[in-house]
Design a protein around this ligand. Structure first.
Ligand SMILES: *Cc1c(COP(=O)(O)O)cnc(C)c1O
Length: 413
């Protein structure tokens, strides 16, 4: 049976994270279940942007590279993300996009394993991950680098003497399935390959311990659960033990040991800095830095517990509703085996998502037939779960999704 709204309101009243919602600009009535794709704007991000434009850029012009340490942003913001990753300072860098960082880290991994040429990944990995691996293979030639994809359950057995690096997404973007990062990292390394993790859907919402797990390399997004804004810069992680030997191909002046010596020959900056390429996008870095300040005092175990509670309640509400009997949960039923998102398969998924958006419940559609909902615990309330399911029932009961206008596919789903 579905729980009544007062039950959810009581959970909100007892929620230690509840005050954080006030920092986000979420319109009254809106239930935003898409923070896994694009986090909403928050006050500290806006304030950082305003201060950067008016005081730093406006007040100090080029001097701000030194006086406001713009030049230090990639490392400074990187270390702030590092705390969320369980990474000691000096291993996380904020730069470029996740896609570009995949290219850099994949290439670095291959160079660290000179006798091996296979990039091993999963068939269901996020396409950009597979594309960047294909691109690297095409660039280096098949003899030096090949992509091989297998089913997730077959990854460990597929790590043979030729596997240089295993590229895995911690949380599956379609189903929300969460892989066992420590166990897979150890198993991959026991067979002589490096572990490269894509943390796009876990950074800032699933507790991580990259150092403890001995992860080799990682990448992830700044605009999903980290709320850095559309197109926010991404991050990359290079374990300290690899930094002296690791080389990435996009060497640029910002990764040089002495960028302002303007020497014709490249020399690597020490540590993770050699993974920088060009000038940091200061406005975007500062917005991300502002947004990250909200996570500073937050215990990730508390965040995780709330995400679990929200997803568990959503599943229970959907399954208790006779109107929603043909929504099939494709996410793992065990909350320990999934991230902070839920996906349901339904033959009319696209139109249902569009009709729900009209009811002010924003989720997204993923091919071929998935409704996908993200449960960002920083700003969602327990009552939002209750209300979202009631609005979904209304869409189904009244057939609101059957309207002709919900059949037109837009460019971004
Ligand atoms: C969102 C996402 C990306 C996005 O990469 P961009 O370069 O930011 O476009 C990459 N990998 C995974 C697993 C993602 O979920």
């Amino acid at each position: 049976m579905s729980a009544d709204r007062a039950h959810f309101a009581a959970l909100d009243a007892a929620d230690p994270l509840a005050p954080l919602r006030d920092a986000f600009s979420l319109r009254e009535g809106l239930i935003y279940l898409d923070g896994n794709s694009l986090g909403p704007p928050c006050r500290p991000a806006r304030e950082a942007l305003r201060a950067t434009v008016e005081e730093e850029w406006g007040g100090e012009l080029i001097g701000a590279w030194n006086t406001r340490d713009w030049i230090g942003l990639p490392r400074r913001v990187g270390d702030r993300i590092g705390r969320l990753l369980g990474a000691a300072p000096g291993q996380t860098l904020v730069c470029d996009s996740t896609s570009v960082n995949l290219f850099k880290t994949l290439a670095a991994a291959l160079a660290l394993r000179p006798g091996r040429g296979t990039i091993l990944s999963t068939a269901d990995n996020f396409p950009t991950d597979l594309y960047l691996a294909q691109g690297l293979s095409a660039w280096l030639g098949d003899a030096r680098c090949r992509l091989r994809v297998v089913e997730p359950a077959a990854v460990v057995d597929a790590v043979d003497d030729d596997a240089a690096v295993v590229l895995l997404s911690h949380v599956d973007f379609r189903t929300g399935a969460l892989l066992d990062l420590p166990a897979l990292t150890a198993a991959v390394q026991a067979r002589g390959a490096l572990a490269l993790w894509d943390l796009a859907h876990s950074a800032g919402v699933v507790p991580l311990a990259l150092d403890e797990a001995g992860v080799d390399l990682a990448v992830g997004c700044g605009y999903k659960y980290l709320n850095g804004g559309p197109g926010a810069p991404a991050f990359l992680y290079v374990a300290e033990r690899h930094q002296a030997a690791a080389r990435q191909p996009l060497i640029g002046w910002m990764g040089h040991a002495r960028p302002f010596a303007f020497e014709p020959a490249w020399a690597p900056a020490p540590g993770v800095d050699a993974f920088q390429t060009g000038t940091p996008v200061v406005l975007a870095q500062r917005a991300l830095e502002g947004a990250l300040s909200l996570l500073d005092g937050v215990d990730l175990a508390v965040l995780r517990a709330k995400a679990v509670a929200l997803t568990e309640a959503f599943v229970a509400e959907v399954e208790a509703s006779p109107l929603l009997a043909d929504f099939r949960l494709v996410s793992p039923r065990d909350p320990a085996a999934r991230g902070a998102q839920l996906s349901f398969a339904h033959p009319e998924a696209y139109a249902l998502v569009q009709a729900l958006i009209e009811q002010d419940v924003v989720g997204d559609f993923r091919e071929p037939d998935l409704l996908r909902f993200g449960f960002a615990p920083l700003y969602l309330r327990h009552v939002d779960v209750h209300d979202a399911v009631r609005r979904l029932e209304r869409v189904v009961a009244e057939g609101l999704h059957r309207s002709e206008r919900h059949r037109v596919r837009r460019r971004v789903t």
